[in-house]
Design a protein around this ligand. Sequence first.
Ligand SMILES: C[S@@+](CC[C@H](N)C(=O)[O-])C[C@H]1O[C@@H](n2cnc3c(N)ncnc32)[C@H](O)[C@@H]1O
Length: 243
Amino acid sequence: MEGYHKETYGASWAPDYDEIFATVAGAMIERLVEFGSGGRVLELAIGTGRVALPLVERGVDLTGIDISREMVERLRTKPGGDRIPVVMGDFSEVPVEGNFRLVYLVFNTLFALENQQAQIRCFANVAAHLEPGGRFVTETFFPDLTRFDRGQRFGALAVEVDEVQVEASRHDRTRQSINTQRIHFREDGLKMYPVRVRYAWPAEMDLMARLAGLELESRWGGWDREPFDHQSQIHVSVYHKPA
Ligand SMILES: C[S@@+](CC[C@H](N)C(=O)[O-])C[C@H]1O[C@@H](n2cnc3c(N)ncnc32)[C@H](O)[C@@H]1O
């Protein structure tokens, strides 16, 4: 996907992001409140505030980072969205002052970083901004290569009277990258929502964490602390900085 860069996701998805991803799991909010309450919390890639706003409503002291002006403009229009401090920049650099009790990065967004080097940099910078005993919580998909047939996948996400939504992906297993276009067809035309990810295996993430001086504390198959096993589609991984 030539021409795809760090700002492309937000520029393409922002107008419709909250409609496409309308819900947020209650259990995610509960776990993040548990880990973050009483300390400073940082969300990497805060986007439109889908996760941040419910946390702030629960009294969490939250700061965000994002690179997309369009996504953060959406956040600013929502009740309470104008009161959350947001630093504009690349979250792998963690360009903020001070330390945090909890840093979190959900919805596969670790994989938005273009390669292993950028992901290693992210872990290292997060570790440098955690207070002793603080936690870094990630939520990512558990790569499932059986989804691809000779490096590609095409599928219908929704078929309605007035709309069809499809998804086309190409997988490059040498780079561990997946380029996807989600396409919505309506009578008045079509819209494209591109996304590029560089996935990492759970063990690879643990190694990145160890390089940064963090330790894996828990890994769940979901936010309700479901066991993580070979059938899990996602994993929630909790890393902590030794006190
Ligand atoms: C899938 S959205 C997730 C937003 C929010 N965390 C949520 O769960 O709704 C991904 C976000 O990551 C941001 N993003 C992608 N790459 C980034 C980077 N390198 N630095 C900062 N933000 C980035 C995008 O602008 C977008 O807002």
